[in-house]
Design a protein around this ligand. Structure first.
Ligand SMILES: Cc1cc2nc3c(=O)[nH]c(=O)nc-3n(C[C@H](O)[C@H](O)[C@H](O)COP(=O)(O)OP(=O)(O)OC[C@H]3O[C@@H](n4cnc5c(N)ncnc54)[C@H](O)[C@@H]3O)c2cc1C
Length: 465
């Protein structure tokens, strides 16, 4: 494969091609699939920093299956678990439990990367770090020295970010490749951190308003933080949000499969994942106390610790939200073929989320477009989606999303939380709005240092300029 990269004029690495940004959609490049890179190695005996060497083409669902027999778990799993490990590292993917475990980035301890000249880079965290004056120096076979500048833009302080190249003083070179969306090299395999498989339960909670849902999420986040300090029994690892409009799109069969009644308007739903290492009674009692204190009247729908099927049914209900919205958009496309999925991936510091959610609703309503909102509320990351029934809705929806994105940037957040930038013209514009032309120029300088012929994934993240 290294010789294929060396010989090709332009290459596009692809994983499961579940990218929502067109990043894995070829435009005439030599496409290199990672599908055959499907090996899963032994788990290292590294104590709390236990890792497993995994091929870039391993679907996360297969990785979890392999780890389950050893009582282990890989935490950064996006909602779509058919994504391949390499794709999730390339996009710094993040899932619901990012709140507790972080996105893909911090779990990568080592990787093998094929660079644009066909040379192979074996990179372990700590091997290459940026110098105090902001450069990486990388020696290549034959003694050539590659100098890579570290961009100087300030990244927003949010729970997750997939917005071009990572940039921090003194950063590790591993972190530059994570989230680079295939533009700097081809990830062949990686050693990723795994943890003992948590024993978890799930609680689906009905709230009567956005305000109640966010206040409850804030309370659950505080409980979680206390439990991580060893000061409480309510170890919440994720909270997911589905608004009334999202729930309205989900077909009756999905509620029936979950064994849950569809909530009446204006109710919204939260799905909390709670880890229960010890006494379940203490955890459940504390959960009830928090629900009572938050004024939640309805009993939660629970999947108890060990009830894996019950938990899976509740998470399927959550996953059926984007699938149902996609189905509605696809049906509308039968009448209006130009219609496109039009969605945002916005993250704000959690303290700003109540304001942000009110702003998302106000903006959609002012532009008069049908919409729904759901997402990873414990991270401050929501997905406001237009549900277009005409091309006009797509156009107005895009305007609304741009307005929201700019407001989110002004709040210290980011309009590119977890899906990346890819080849979407809208998202590339948002990347420019986030870091300015100077930031994009700094990213181009990174790209030129590692890929002077612009061989990898041309047009992904930014144009050549
Ligand atoms: C229903 C649904 C739900 C989703 N939910 C989430 C979510 O909760 N969180 C989230 O983060 N994302 C989510 N996504 C988006 C998507 O699943 C992720 O971006 C995922 O990480 C992409 O993995 P993939 O293997 O499909 O990569 P692809 O789509 O094949 O590729 C994505 C990008 O990575 C590059 N790439 C792929 N493999 C490599 C490699 N080995 N080396 C270098 N570059 C590579 C490609 O060139 C491309 O730019 C969702 C998608 C769907 C369809």
């Amino acid at each position: 494969m290294a010789s294929l990269v060396a010989a090709a004029r332009q290459v596009l690495p692809v994983g499961a091609q579940s990218s929502l940004t067109g990043g894995a959609t070829p435009r005439g490049e030599v496409v290199i699939s990672t599908r055959a890179l499907n090996g899963i190695g032994e788990v290292s005996d590294g104590g709390p920093r236990r890792t497993v060497r995994t091929g870039a083409g391993v679907p996360l669902s297969a990785l979890q299956r392999a780890l389950r027999s050893a009582g282990l778990y890989y935490p950064p799993v996006p909602t779509y678990d058919g994504a391949f490990l390499g794709g999730t590292i390339a996009t710094n993917a993040a899932g619901a439990a990012t709140f507790k475990y972080g996105s893909a980035r911090p779990g990568v301890e080592r990787m093998t990367v094929v660079l644009a000249d066909g040379s192979i880079l074996e990179l372990r965290r700590g091997d290459v770090v940026a110098s105090p004056d902001g450069w990486f120096e990388l020696e290549r076979p034959g003694g050539a020295l590659v100098r890579i500048p570290v961009p100087t833009y300030a990244m927003p302080e949010v729970a997750k970010l997939s917005a071009g190249y990572y940039a921090r003083a003194g950063m590790d070179l591993v972190d530059l490749f994570v989230g680079s969306e295939g533009t700097l090299g081809f990830i062949v395999d990686a050693d990723v951190r795994v943890i003992p498989r948590p024993r978890a339960c799930a609680a689906l909670v009905r709230c009567t308003s956005d305000g109640q849902a966010i206040a409850l999420t804030a309370a659950l986040r505080r409980e979680a933080a206390a439990s991580w300090r060893g000061e409480g029994p309510l170890d919440v690892s994720a909270v997911e949000f589905m608004d009334q409009r999202a729930l309205a799109v989900v077909p009756a069969e999905a509620f029936a499969r979950a064994g849950v009644a569809r909530p009446a308007a204006p109710d919204v739903m939260l799905l909390a994942q709670i880890e229960v290492p010890g006494d379940a009674d203490a955890t459940l009692q504390r959960l009830q106390d928090v629900l009572d204190a938050s004024g939640v009247d309805a009993d939660p729908h629970m999947a108890m610790p060990g009830d894996l099927e019950g938990a899976a049914r509740l998470f399927e209900l959550r996953e059926s939200v984007p699938a149902s919205v996609n189905a509605v958009v696809a049906a509308a496309k039968q009448t209006y073929p130009d219609i496109e999925k039009t969605a945002a991936d916005l993250v704000v510091p959690f303290e700003r989320l109540a304001n942000a959610l009110a702003l998302y609703r106000e903006t959609f309503e002012r532009h008069a477009v049908p919409y729904a909102i759901w997402g990873h509320v414990s991270d401050g990351n929501l997905h406001p989606n237009v549900i277009p029934q005409s091309w006009e809705h797509v156009e107005r929806g895009r305007k609304a999303i741009l307005e929201m994105a700019h407001a989110v940037i002004a709040m210290g957040g980011a309009p590119l939380a977890e899906h990346g930038v890819g080849r979407s013209t809208l998202k590339q514009r948002l990347l420019r709005d986030l870091y300015g032309e100077r930031g994009i120029a700094e990213m181009r300088a990174v790209k030129r240092a590692l890929d002077p012929e612009w061989k990898f994934s041309p047009g992904v993240l930014f144009q050549r300029g």
